[in-house]
Design a protein around this ligand. Structure first.
Ligand SMILES: *Cc1c(COP(=O)(O)O)cnc(C)c1O
Length: 366
């Protein structure tokens, strides 16, 4: 479906009774992940005749959808995950938001959904952050933004829907993993897979997550934080975690990460880390990496660190790896020095603490 060239004006309907300053301050003091939400949301509608229309910033409330809405039956749904950060000088920053807008449209194409023009996507996000700016916490916390789109047409036939809603909600968040920067423990899944060639692995769609939950539950049963998926064809190659990309650091200054190729989500954190690492003179190899090689490299001492990365958790050191035949530690089982230093470099950029030479941050006029 084609991209509409003009973007609708936004109507602003302020929440009649927003959360009080005192209550908000209490909420922001003790943040988890994705449990509390701001006062407002953005909703924009799409139809074939009108394109994107009826754009509004409005009080956050339940959406009314018909029980026959096709998303409820055939899962035409995509989303994004990004954050607004409060810099020490009070500015509110987004990190590479145009990358999210682009990836959203790649996901839309794969799921036979209409594209959201990049400037509409960015305006929706910026309008929401601006109206809810009091909800952007400082320090290590941030405002997690969740743009998403789903098929809202009431129709049980199987074809791409003819009506969609594009919505943005926001949630102030603290640390993603309970242990803070403590290294995570992973479960290597050899039965269930996440994505196959020609499938939807590179699209950020809810269906991928639905399919990963049973494996994540297996990981939890084994007291692991996250699951590592292997490829669907050979059950041999490391792909990624349920919602994070993965990197392996070697003692000769090489970083290895599985290549994009349709079965892996093209992470913006992944892309940024590749660039930062290359700028440091590290050699980054995007290549297939097998679980057997992982075990060999740990045994020989070649692998010094491994980490997972994504917007929610930034960088998380991989400490212990459990699998069907046992378990092993990566390095000394703690978050490594390179992981910590890349994490700091990225976080300092995201929070406007270092000079943004690469033009990666965008200041919200709020
Ligand atoms: C969102 C996501 C990532 C990480 O992408 P970022 O842009 O770095 O947040 C990795 N894997 C999956 C499956 C994801 O959905």
């Amino acid at each position: 479906m084609s991209t509409q060239s003009s973007i609708p004006n936004f109507t602003i309907e302020r929440h009649p009774s927003p959360v009080s300053d005192a209550d908000r301050a209490k909420v922001l003091e003790n943040l988890g992940f994705g449990k509390v939400f701001t006062d407002h949301m953005v909703v924009v509608r799409w139809s074939p005749d009108r394109g994107w229309y009826d754009a509004k910033v409005t009080a956050r409330k339940p959406l009314e959808i018909d029980p026959a809405a096709s998303v409820l039956h055939y899962a035409q749904e995509i989303f994004e995950g990004m954050k607004a950060y409060r810099a020490e000088d009070g500015r509110i920053l987004l990190f590479r938001p145009e990358q999210n807008a682009r990836r959203f449209n790649e996901s839309a194409q794969r799921m036979a959904m209409p594209e959201v023009p990049e400037d509409l996507f960015l305006k929706a996000v910026e309008e929401l952050v601006a109206i809810d700016k009091a909800w952007v916490p400082g320090g290590d916390a941030s405002l997690y933004l969740r743009p998403f789109m789903f098929a809202s047409e009431s129709f049980l036939g199987v074809r791409p829907a003819l009506e969609y809603l594009f919505v943005v909600i926001a949630s102030p968040v603290g640390a993603y993993f309970k242990g803070g920067s403590k290294a995570v423990k992973l479960w290597v899944e050899t039965g269930y897979t996440r994505a196959a060639a020609g499938g939807t692995g590179a699209a950020k769609c809810g269906g991928n997550y639905a399919a990963s939950l049973v494996a994540q539950a297996e990981a939890a049963k084994r007291e692991c934080d996250q699951v590592v998926f292997l490829d669907a064809a050979e059950h041999k190659w490391v792909e990624e975690l349920g919602g994070m990309n993965v990197f392996f650091a070697m003692n000769d200054g090489t970083l290895v990460t599985p290549p994009l190729g349709g079965t892996i989500l093209p992470g913006i954190t992944r892309k940024s880390i590749i660039q930062l690492a290359r700028e440091r003179g590290l050699k980054v190899e995007e290549r297939p990496y097998s679980f057997a090689e992982w075990q060999d490299d740990v045994k020989s001492g070649r692998m010094t660190e491994a980490f997972a990365c994504g917007t929610a958790a930034v960088l998380a050191g991989i400490g212990t790896v459990r699998h069907a035949d046992g378990e092993f530690k990566v390095g000394n089982g703690e978050t490594g020095a390179l992981t910590t230093s890349l994490r700091e470099e990225l976080v300092n950029l995201q929070r406007g603490m270092t000079n943004d030479e690469r033009g990666w941050t965008r200041t919200i006029a709020a």
